[in-house]
Write a protein that binds this ligand. Structure first.
Ligand code: GDP
Ligand code: GDP
Length: 459
């Protein structure tokens, strides 16, 4: 059994209107490109990935602790805030430097102090305020030195993030080196560096509670291995377990949900979005499990959305097929097409984890998705396919311009990134991008993985 390290979790807490979602958006912006390729996907705007230098971290935006509410949406928000704080590596407590310190801030500070987590205090909307003025009154919260920032303008945000992640990621490189490295990579037109293909599938099995994740793990590993799986771990330590099936090697990445079998006294485990997200991030292929006996929910769609945001390969299993009669089977298929249409790139299987039915084909699709995610696409093959696609259908002229697509090279894996070079490429419409994507998918057998296409104008 190996232990890998999960990405650190930074949780944003503060009363409404202090600027949490503004800060969240600033920290997680880089994801938009990939998700834009999936029309119809509603994103969960509360969980995302940020990056400092080369080091990714998970950002969570929470509602506040609403001390009065006992039920309803406020109480639910408070419950989720408590859980997120519980699972945080570091909490950023955001306050509003223009509104000043409020009673509600004091309450939140109290709750946070009792949580025992590491807390950073940030004073937002501090642009144009002197450092001393912005921060002075917040010292009395007793949470250390208040850091003035402006989430809207970006002032102080880098310092805040570095401070927050201190000790959680290796030292960040000098600012600027990252861009230079990326720029240098772009010059090597076609001379892509060799990309290693990992032969192990790193598999995360995710889904709502009760869909049958641990039953499937039992079926895959056998009962006694699952007990061994039950190791205490902190949030940041991912437990991994290696297994072999049909001569293929897999590493299963644990989410707490998979481990509950050994812990009889903790039979009812809370669903953790954070742990799910961490497992997805630590995997290269995700198995999303749905339950044929219940409706596809918003939560299922959100988990699917995370997978797309990370660009991991994906296979879907609708479990408990043994439990569904013919009507229910039709219904869930229709529901899947309606609610999870944006997963059309992924293979969907109907299985029974309990009765060990459909598991062989499922593993085959997992292997295929893994192969697709790490496919090696040479510049000549990509360029040939690009030219064939253009010959069959030209990109539309826009005003004076007709985009010229000259050649293509592979810019990355998991997900595959195809970089197309040419001119007037900013005029290529989305419909044409999708046409190209479908061609590449078909020609290079890329089922099971998201695919990114990037256009780069030659100078
Ligand atoms: P949340 O409720 O904590 O998520 O707060 P929002 O991010 O929605 O921000 C609340 C309001 O504060 C919005 O009108 C933002 O435009 C504004 N805001 C956020 N950050 C800043 C900032 O750094 N400076 C100023 N002046 N306004 C900000
Ligand atoms: P998890 O919370 O996702 O790990 O779900 P579990 O593996 O604990 O399964 C939840 C319940 O669904 C248990 O009572 C299982 O016995 C049952 N279950 C799991 N897989 C199947 C299946 O394929 N068919 C049926 N009928 N029940 C199943």
């Amino acid at each position: 059994m190996a232990e890998a390290t999960f990405k650190p979790v930074v949780v944003l807490v503060g009363r409404p209107n202090v600027g949490k979602s503004t800060l969240f958006n600033r920290l997680t912006r880089s994801r938009d490109a990939l998700v834009a390729d999936f029309p119809g996907l509603t994103r969960d705007r509360h969980y995302g990935e940020g990056r400092v230098g080369d080091h990714p971290f998970i950002v969570v935006d929470t509602g506040g602790f609403e001390p009065v509410a006992k039920e309803g949406i406020m109480a639910e928000m408070a419950r989720q805030t408590v859980q997120a704080v519980d699972e945080a590596d570091v909490v950023v407590f955001l306050t509003d430097g223009r509104a000043g310190l409020t009673a509600h801030d004091r309450e939140i500070a109290d709750r946070l102090r009792r949580s025992g987590r590491r807390i950073l205090l940030a004073v937002n909307k501090a642009e144009g305020l002197s450092r001393a003025n912005a921060a002075a009154e917040f010292y009395e919260l007793g949470l250390g030195e208040p850091l003035p920032i402006s989430a809207a303008h970006g002032d102080g945000v880098h310092t805040l993030v570095e401070e927050a992640l201190q000790g959680l990621v290796p030292e960040a490189p000098e600012p600027g080196t990252e861009e230079e490295a990326a720029g240098a990579g772009a010059e090597g037109e076609g001379e892509a560096e060799p990309m290693p293909v990992p032969h192990r599938v790193r598999l995360a099995i995710v889904g709502r509670p009760n869909v049958g994740k641990s039953t499937l793990v039992n079926t895959l590993l056998g009962e006694e291995r699952v007990i061994a799986f039950d190791q205490p771990g902190t949030t940041r330590d991912a437990i991994e377990i290696d297994f072999e099936r049909g001569g293929r090697q897999y590493t299963l990445i644990d989410t707490a949900g998979l481990r509950k079998r050994g812990k009889v006294f903790e039979a009812i485990e809370k669903f953790s979005v954070i742990k799910t997200l961490q497992a997805i991030e630590a995997s290269n292929v995700v198995l999303l499990m749905l339950d044929a006996s219940t409706e596809i929910s918003e939560q299922d769609a959100h988990i699917a959305g995370f997978v797309l945001e990370t660009g991991r390969a994906l296979v879907v299993a609708i479990n408990k097929w043994d439990d569904a009669d013919a009507d229910r089977r039709d219904e869930i298929r229709r529901e899947f097409d309606r609610k999870l249409r944006f997963l059309s790139f992924a293979k969907m299987h109907t299985v029974s984890a309990l009765r060990n039915a459909g598991i062989g084909p499922l593993l085959k699709s997992i292997d295929a998705a893994h192969a697709a995610a790490f496919a090696k696409l040479s510049t000549p093959r990509l360029t040939r396919e690009l030219h064939a696609a253009v010959e069959q259908q030209q990109p539309p002229r826009k005003g004076l311009f007709r985009p010229k697509l000259r050649y293509a090279h592979q810019g990355g894996q998991n997900p595959p990134l195809i970089v197309i070079h040419g001119s007037a490429l900013d005029q290529v419409p989305d419909s044409y991008r999708r046409y190209l994507e479908a061609r590449f998918r078909e020609t290079f057998s890329l089922q099971g993985t998201p695919l990114r296409i990037e256009f780069r104008n030659s100078r």
